[in-house]
Write a protein that binds this ligand. Structure first.
Ligand SMILES: Cc1cc2nc3c(=O)[nH]c(=O)nc-3n(C[C@H](O)[C@H](O)[C@H](O)COP(=O)(O)OP(=O)(O)OC[C@H]3O[C@@H](n4cnc5c(N)ncnc54)[C@H](O)[C@@H]3O)c2cc1C
Length: 438
């Protein structure tokens, strides 16, 4: 079967391009055979390959990606490794609270695992344990914030309330009316983290970058046809995000989305003084359709907003120029004290959602496993689900794995063209309602 839908990210991701160019790589060539192949070297695949290699030190594990490590969505995101559920269940019955707590356990397991690796391998990724602000400016955002506060109270999670004055002291900008700060989120330079994880894989992982899989044959042995070679395996682990649907799985259950980021060069000392506030911070919009903001340890400002339905997982150069103008408007509204600051980079990245917010995790066929569909928060989810997928493959049991296996499967979508029409209409409506949160 041909794999029609393949990664095609733009070449303008700021996080990636501010790093030194990576060393040259050798794509997969010739005929290769591995007991286990992990497809996709984002956070999910990096975690899966590492854990599998640790379980099976006497075997070689192949990790294959169409692009360089850090070039795909894992290097394009806003760099929040969240500890709290992104969407609380919203109810306070025991089942819902249990689900929220289980998600926090999984997220915190991922954060601890990443922290260990960053320390052990000295990964220079601006790791910053500063938590995150949930900020609101519109009435709807204020209501969303209230719901967030109630969820934190129910779970007994610590937080700090900030009014407009406290916020402008913390962030420099006077844009927001109110915020809640929670301490457990970690902020990173995502491309640097992904690259560091790729460079510190166990020796028995063979990493093949720039090796798009263009065809696949299933059987007792699976054959993956790459652009310049072939790879055969007994066990395939899909960690390739929404592209899994092109491999014949979860076709009518995943929702392909793109969202966009812009990053400035480092602020000059005079600009830093004009901004004021804390030395680095991250803001998540209380309304999910609002703007994510970062002020990084190397003094850059990031804007992330705008969401589109993107069934081909690609976006035109003109579309990107339009998004950049939206980002400029969002920037000017928040940082009038920085009139001379312009973005150095604007880029898009892919997300995969499901209607019920559920991940696709587990065994999909006798010799095919998957951890895809991280619903927009793949730093933590990708890390724990990749790790636990490797556990599942080798039969290692744990409470965390049992928790994850108990999650529902992604809900079935309505057929096309209704899916496209419905998702586009919902996004347009929610973005309009977000108002000045954008
Ligand atoms: C702008 C933006 C901001 C975001 N902000 C955050 C955030 O702050 N925090 C957070 O947790 N998440 C955030 N996300 C989401 C997060 O980036 C994703 O959830 C995460 O990258 C998913 O990781 P993954 O490893 O599952 O998939 P990916 O990172 O998409 O990795 C999948 C890999 O599979 C490869 N692949 C696919 N098909 C093939 C093929 N045919 N052959 C070979 N290789 C293939 C791709 O090249 C890719 O490298 C954001 C996303 C974007 C775009």
């Amino acid at each position: 079967m041909k794999v029609g839908l393949r990664p095609n990210d733009d070449d303008s991701c700021g996080w990636y391009h501010i790093l030194p160019a990576p060393a040259p790589t050798v794509p997969l060539t010739g005929e290769q055979r591995f007991d286990h192949v992990v497809l996709g070297a984002g956070f999910t695949g990096l975690a899966a390959a590492r854990r599998l290699a640790e379980h099976l030190p006497e075997r070689e594990v192949a990790l294959v990606d169409a692009q360089r490590v850090g070039y795909g969505a894992s290097g394009r995101n806003s760099g929040f490794i969240i500890d709290l559920p992104h969407n609380f269940s919203g109810a306070d019955h025991a089942g819902a609270l249990g689900r929220d707590r289980s998600e926090m356990r999984l997220n915190r397991f991922a954060i601890a695992a990443l922290r260990d690796l960053v320390e052990k391998h000295g990964i220079d990724c601006q790791w910053s344990e500063r938590g995150k602000y949930h900020a609101a400016v519109e009435d709807k955002g204020m209501r969303d914030l209230e719901g967030f506060r109630r969820a934190l109270d129910r779970l007994g999670e610590p937080y700090r309330d900030l009014d407009a004055g406290g916020l402008s002291e913390a962030l420099g900008t006077r844009y927001y009316r109110e915020a809640i700060h929670t301490p457990g989120c970690v902020l990173v330079q995502p491309a640097a983290l992904a690259r560091g994880l790729g460079a510190s894989l166990p020796e028995n992982v063979r990493l093949f970058e720039d090796s798009p899989v263009v065809g696949i044959d299933y059987g007792d042995e699976i054959t993956l046809e790459c652009a310049q070679g072939t790879i055969r395996t007994k066990t395939l682990l899909l960690a390739n995000n929404g592209f899994a649907s092109a491999f014949g799985f979860e076709r009518n259950r995943l929702i392909p989305i793109m969202t966009f980021g812009s990053l400035t060069p480092p602020l000059t000392e005079a600009e830093q003084a004009a901004l004021g506030g804390e030395p680095d911070w991250g803001v998540i919009p209380a309304d999910h359709f609002g703007t994510t903001l970062r002020y990084t340890r190397d003094r850059r400002l990031l804007i992330r907003n705008w969401i589109t339905y993107a069934p081909e997982f690609r976006w035109s150069a003109q579309g990107l120029a339009r998004i950049r103008r939206h980002h400029e408007d969002s920037f000017k509204a928040r940082f009038p004290m920085l009139p001379e600051v312009a973005f150095g980079h604007t880029w898009g990245g892919v997300l995969t959602m499901s209607r019920n917010g559920a991940p696709c995790f587990g065994r999909l066929a006798d010799n095919v496993f998957a951890a895809v569909c991280q619903n927009g928060v793949g730093l933590a989810k990708g890390t724990y689900s990749g790790t636990l997928l490797a556990d599942l493959v080798v039969g290692a049991e744990s409470d965390l794995l049992r928790d994850l296996l108990s999650y529902p499967r992604p809900a079935r979508n309505v057929p096309q063209p209704f899916l496209g029409l419905g998702v586009r209409a919902k996004i347009a409506w929610d973005q309009m309602r977000a108002g000045r949160e954008r």
